[in-house]
Structures are given as C-alpha cells and as structure tokens.
Design a protein around this ligand. Structure first.
Ligand code: HEM
Length: 76
C-alpha cells in the first residue's frame, strides 16, 4: 500500500502490483466504494494538506470509478 501511493504521488516506481486483480473478486458494490472514498478522504484531510493531499484524494476517486466500471457496477 505504501509502495502504491508513493509510486502514484511521488513517481518513485516502487509498486509493481496490479491492484484491480486484488479487488475484482470482492463481494462489494458501489455503496462500499462510496464509503471507502468517504473514509479515505476524511483520513487524508485529517493527516495531510497541500497539493499532494489533493492529488491523493482525486486519484483515489478516479481509481474507485475505474474499479467500479471494470466490475460492472453502477455509480450511485
Ligand atoms: C470498497 C472498496 C475497497 C475494498 C473493500 C478494498 C479491499 C481491499 C482488500 C481486501 C485488499 C487486500 C487484497 C489482498 O491482498 O488479497 C486490498 C488491497 C489493496 N487496495 Fe483496496 N479496497 C477497496 C478500494 C480500493 C481503492 C479505491 C484503491 C485505490 C485507490 C485500493 C487500493 C488497494 C491497493 C493498492 C491494495 C494492495 C494491492 C497489492 O497488494 O498489490 N483499494 N483492498
């Protein structure tokens, strides 16, 4: 998880995995993604501020959309 976010935000290329593969079998729907995003954003805002914090929240939202699209889930 550390590697994933540092790779995305700092471009250090440390993450070599495929996150979607880890999620595609989970029994989750769009409500879970909405809740996940809400908790993620609250945590980022509590701990960080600035451009990288904003970028983390924006990227999380985009990736959550991509996951949902690939899983055939309808966005709320
Ligand atoms: C309802 C939403 C989500 C649930 C329930 C969920 C659940 C999980 C679970 C259970 C794992 C562990 C999988 C394993 O090791 O077998 C995992 C890993 C991970 N998740 Fe999520 N996740 C959610 C959303 C997201 C989103 C939106 C992102 C990206 C912005 C994300 C990024 C990751 C990453 C980077 C890993 C580690 C992947 C790896 O080990 O290579 N997750 N998640």
């Amino acid at each position: 998880m550390y590697d994933f976010w540092s790779g995305l935000l700092l471009g250090d290329g440390s993450y070599q995995g495929n996150p979607f593969q880890k999620h595609k079998w989970l029994a989750i729907d769009s409500a879970h993604f909405t809740r996940w995003l809400s908790l993620f954003k609250a945590t980022v805002e509590e701990c960080y501020e600035g451009d990288k914090a904003d970028e983390a929240m924006a990227r999380a939202s985009t990736i959550a959309d991509v996951f949902q699209n690939k899983m055939g889930l309808k966005k709320p």
